[in-house]
Design a binder for this molecule. Structure first.
Ligand code: 3PG
Ligand code: MG
Length: 417
């Protein structure tokens, strides 16, 4: 690792500001916010435990949701303090602000090993604007800065980037946390020179989300297996009919270029040969977000490469599942990002679950498997196979940007070794 890590630090008695990504899925139940998944909290425990062992005074900062500079009560980090206290089995203090006198006083009173969680940094619009004066205010409590928020490292915000610059300018150290270090190792170094065959499985709705990743992985992978709605943009590129499937007609050119590049680089690039299709019907109802609720009727297997006008592709079909299930076990390295279909609907989950089982089984036989992206992780969790893969990223957008080869601002701002 080219950057300083928390292992390198001597922080006895020092105030350490740790940026974590506690942007966890939450839901309102009986008038209060409850945490649906605490993976992102659990994943920071090794860093926090190491800092406690080293005698640091710990101040945690995070964002939650997108309150756009307003004190949105449903996006308060207060419930996170209680959950962290449970998980780490120590008291966790909470202050309802991330800057100012109260935060500074509470931070000053911390003893070695004590933990303080600050309120949502995005209650200030200066956070996302990476406002230098705001970064100075955040930095008041920090002698040392640690970034363990891989999931937010693609954002150049005050708490992920600006504050590191301030601390470094004062001569303070800025280091990666253990989670950050692991993410960079698996999504970076491990894929730089992967054990071969290297099989990449890419799904999800949009070609536009993944095209840069596809382009970069075409330079490294032996095999790329495509699934999800992005299939249909590739089908359009091949002159096929896609019916009512989700497509991005504006990306057909990019899809064609990817298919060409796969040919010239001799990468096995497979699109589904069959699909589950269904007829989308408007119910006239609206969901919580105010969007129309669509119901899928008459699901069936479509083993043609063309989809009839009234139907929509919603999963990969049995023939495709068979092919992918034969190919995945040949891999020594697997990268999987994006579901194969609308797995939230049981009828269309088989493709995604079959891939999950194949990836887990291949890992158990000695391959390395790296899973990235929020939806993929959700699907993997539903299969109960999460602990049977090598590495699951906590980053959604961040893992994609990193796989694209971009420099993450939250990493760039850390001190070099
Ligand atoms: C995420 O959940 O993807 C990260 O926490 C970043 O959140 P953002 O997309 O609101 O910046
Ligand atoms: Mg996001």
């Amino acid at each position: 690792m080219a950057k300083l890590t928390v292992k390198d630090l001597d922080v006895r008695g020092k105030r350490v500001l740790v940026r974590v990504d506690y942007n966890v899925p939450m839901e309102e139940k009986d008038g209060r916010m409850v945490i649906n998944d605490d993976t992102r909290i659990k994943e920071t425990l090794p860093t926090l435990e190491l800092l406690i062992e080293k005698g640091a005074r710990i101040i945690l900062a995070s964002h939650l949701g997108r309150p756009n500079g307003k004190r949105e009560p449903s996006m308060s980090l207060r419930p996170l303090a209680a959950r962290l206290a449970d998980l780490i089995q120590r008291p966790v203090a909470f202050v309802d602000d991330c800057i100012g006198e109260k935060a500074e006083k509470t931070a000053a009173a911390l003893r070695p090993g004590d933990i303080l969680l600050l309120e949502n940094v995005r209650y200030y619009e200066e956070e996302e604007a990476n406002d230098p004066a705001f970064a100075e205010k955040l930095a008041k409590v920090a002698e040392v800065y640690v970034n363990d928020a891989f999931g937010a490292a693609h954002r150049a915000h005050a708490s992920t980037e600006g504050v590191a610059r301030v601390v470094a300018k004062r001569g303070g150290q800025c280091a990666a946390g253990l989670l950050m270090e692991r993410e960079l190792k698996f999504l970076g170094d491990e894929l730089e020179n992967p054990a071969r065959p290297f099989v990449v499985i890419l799904g999800g709705a949009k070609v536009s989300d993944k095209i840069k990743v596809i382009d970069r992985l075409l330079e490294r992978a032996d095999t790329i297996l495509i699934g999800g709605a992005m299939t249909y943009t590739f089908r359009l590129a091949l002159g096929r009919k896609v019916g009512k499937s989700l497509v991005e007609p504006g990306r057909v050119g990019l899809a064609k270029a990817a298919l060409e590049k796969a040919k010239t680089r001799d990468v096995q690039f497979l699109l589904p040969v069959d699909n589950i299709v269904a007829t989308p019907v408007e119910t006239g109802k609206l969901n919580k977000k105010g969007n129309p609720v669509i119901e899928f009727q008459n699901p069936r297997i479509n083993d043609s490469l063309d989809i009839p006008d009234t139907e929509e592709g919603v999963d990969i079909g049995p023939q495709t599942i068979k092919t992918y299930r034969d190919l995945i076990p040949r891999a020594r390295t697997i990268l999987w990002n994006g579901p194969m279909g609308v797995f939230e609907d049981k009828r269309f989950s088989e493709g995604t679950y079959a891939v999950a089982r194949a990836v887990a089984g291949t890992t158990q036989k000695g391959a390395k498997s790296i899973i990235g992206g929020g939806d993929t992780v959700k699907a993997l969790n539903l299969t109960g196979l999460t602990d049977q893969v090598t590495f699951v990223s906590t980053g959604g957008g961040a893992s994609l940007e990193f796989l694209e080869g971009n420099v993450l601002p939250g990493v760039a701002a850390l001190s070099d070794r």
